[in-house]
Design a protein around this ligand. Structure first.
Ligand code: ADP
Ligand code: MG
Length: 622
């Protein structure tokens, strides 16, 4: 706690300063109020901040801190527009390191709510309480209260009904509120955060929680095993934080946080630099996760370009971007000396040295659902059998299924030829022997005028997927009651998400019941699942459900089913030697497939080498 002399009294800003500061919309939605109040609490050097909201903040937003509090005089000044203790003259702007400096948040909030502020400094015998209704000061009195500040915002927008109408649903607004608190909780080691909704604790991050603890509490324990710490220096920036291995990705940039001198910031260069650090290691369309903390002299940064202060600009944007890229790259390379060399796929073993390259995209995380139509076949590419036959092409997009297909989607191009589907079927149909296995990874199926090469893992995944989809679509599907329920512990912040998605899990063939607090138990599962994979399935499904605009709209079921495929029994992996019987079984499965010939993640199952291509390679024909 600071001593009293550290604390500048609140003062009214001179006009020129006020005018220099962009007046932003402070109270756009409940989450904006949460943000302002939490930032004020942090500025007051609180070490414990409790945020309570009722009805997603529309009824009540209350922020309680144990910071330095205010005198009566300062409390009164604090609710005046442009009152701030943080800037005295315009030149101070450069050195502003606190969160807030516009001096209008409290005034704005108090003008659109029934507002109460109770605050006490350590040296005062009593606390000051003031109430403001829609901007009108109702009363000021002395009362008893602990040291610190409590701001209660009741009935936000009660006097601006138009504004109230623009609010989204409870889940969306609540989601934004939690997001604000989570960001700060991830950013602020040394500060404890609690978040309660309708008196239910959704987040409880103790003061002494480390960054790792925070990640576990907020993103879930399952994240941690796939993340590594940063500790490095580059171009005048000191780096710390924690970043995901290349296999841990999201469909959006939802799990990327950048902190500049301990403040959460948003900045394009940091974002680009971060992603560039993973170049070549991620599947197209996926984004890495991480919390990157930078420290540098405030002179390197310009924080005042955006009224809500998250946007920052670096004096040298390029240098910042390069620094992030280098530091991330360096860290990843420490784990795998040559990350650009494709490493063989081992989907279920999250060992840190296993990298996902573009050639094996789905090692740890699902790809985005392939939605767009396939590009037209590249006939030119067929003209040459290149020496690069071992190189996988980028995963083709999966076209919509339908009878009107003329090309063979999912058949890899480059060294191989897309042909009419029936041609691919033919040789398979006539094949009686068990196919030969190559590199313990591919099945070779010779036909009349071509050789089909099947990726055993991709095929098996696809078969599992189709099987699962068919099974779960069947109302009467077989579920297996578990003799011993599987206990699943989720992150406190995910409890609500879990509770509101029990039906979704059930549709996935996993019957889950609350078991008190953040504990749940799985009582029955679809018979296709391996019990050992169910917990992981739930964690991954929660991650997926927690993404985006918090489960508003958008059918996530196909993504979830793709995830669920991993929990299916006995998965055939690349590198597994198969018995003749297993090989025949897979081939039989392939025969039943309908196009597109891709695995659930959109990678090809089959490539082919035609006789003509071979003849051209050997210069038998032109
Ligand atoms: P700003 O944060 O931009 O200065 P605000 O309207 O958010 O403007 O707050 C006005 C002033 O009130 C702050 O400068 C600070 O001195 C005081 N204040 C606000 N919240 C708190 C708090 N939780 N604890 C102590 N002082 C506070
Ligand atoms: Mg403020």
């Amino acid at each position: 706690m600071p001593t009293q002399t550290d604390i500048a009294p609140v003062r009214i800003l001179p006009d020129d300063v006020a005018n220099k500061i962009a007046a932003g919309e402070v109270v756009e939605r409940p989450a904006s109020v949460v943000k302002e109040l939490v930032e004020n609490a942090l500025d007051a050097r609180a070490t414990r901040i409790t945020v309570r909201v009722v009805a997603a903040g529309r009824r009540l937003i209350e922020v309680i801190d144990n910071g330095h509090g205010m005198s009566e005089q300062n409390a009164l000044l604090a609710v005046e527009r442009h009152a701030t203790s943080k800037i005295r003259k315009a030149t101070d702007l450069e050195a502003v390191i606190t969160m807030g400096f516009r001096g209008e948040a409290l005034a704005s909030i108090a003008s659109v709510s029934r507002f109460e502020l109770v605050t006490r400094r350590a040296q005062d015998a009593s606390a000051t309480r003031l109430r403001i209704d829609g901007g009108i000061l109702r009363d000021v009195e002395q009362t008893g209260a602990p040291v610190g500040t409590r701001v209660s915002v009741n009935r936000l927008y009660f006097n601006t009904p138009v504004r109230a109408k623009f609010l989204k649903g409870i889940t969306t607004e609540l989601g934004h509120c939690i997001d604000v608190v989570q960001r700060h909780a991830l950013a602020r080691e040394g500060v404890g955060f609690q978040f309660l909704h309708n008196d239910k604790m959704l987040l409880d991050v103790p003061e002494h929680a480390t960054l790792r603890d925070r990640v576990a509490l907020i993103w879930g324990l399952n994240f941690l095993s796939d993340m590594v710490e940063l500790d490095d220096e580059e171009a005048g920036f000191r780096f710390s934080g924690i970043i995901g291995l290349p296999g841990l990705t999201r469909a959006a940039r939802s799990h990327q946080f950048f902190l500049m001198n301990r403040r959460p910031v948003s900045n394009r260069s940091l974002q680009y630099g971060f992603e560039e650090g993973y170049r070549g290691l991620l599947t197209i369309g996926r984004h890495p996760v991480g919390i990157v903390r930078l420290e540098a002299h405030p002179r390197f940064v310009d924080v005042n370009i955006h009224p809500t202060k998250r946007e920052i600009r670096f004096r040298d944007e390029r240098a910042a971007r390069n620094a992030v890229r280098l530091v991330v790259r360096r860290r990843l390379e420490q784990l795998a000396p040559k990350p650009s060399v494709p490493v063989r796929e081992t989907p279920d073993a999250p060992a840190p040295e296993e990298f996902v390259s573009e050639a094996s995209p789905d090692t740890r995380a699902p790809e985005p659902p392939p939605r767009r139509a396939a590009p037209p076949p590249q006939w030119e590419a067929v003209e040459e059998v290149t020496a690069a036959a071992g190189e996988s092409p980028p995963p083709p997009e999966r076209p919509p299924e339908g009878p009107a297909q003329t090309e063979l989607p999912g058949v890899a191009r480059g060294a191989v030829a897309p042909v009419a589907p029936e041609a691919a079927y033919q040789p398979v149909g006539f094949f009686e022997e068990a196919p030969m296995q190559l590199f313990d990874t591919y099945l070779l199926v010779p036909g009349d005028d071509r050789l089909l090469i099947i990726d055993q893992h991709a095929l098996h995944e696809r078969l599992n997927y189709d099987n699962l989809v068919a099974e779960l679509a069947d109302r009467e599907y077989e579920s297996q009651q578990l003799a011993v329920p599987i206990v699943v512990e989720v992150a406190p912040s995910q409890v609500r998400l879990m509770e509101s998605n029990l039906d979704v899990l059930e549709r996935l063939g996993v019957v889950v019941e609350p078991f008190g607090g953040s504990t749940f138990q799985v009582t029955a599962i679809c018979h296709l699942y391996d019990e050992a994979g169910v917990r992981d399935l739930i964690y991954r499904a929660l991650d997926e459900l927690g993404q985006g605009d918090l489960f508003d709209g958008e059918d996530v079921m196909p993504d979830l089913l793709r995830l669920a495929t991993r929990a299916c029994k006995a998965s055939v992996k690349a590198g597994d030697r198969l018995t003749p019987q297993e090989r025949r079984g897979l081939l039989e499965g392939f025969r039943q497939l309908r196009p597109p010939y891709t695995c659930p993640h959109g990678r090809p199952i089959i490539v082919e080498l035609t006789q003509r291509q071979m003849e051209k390679s050997f210069k038998r024909v032109q």
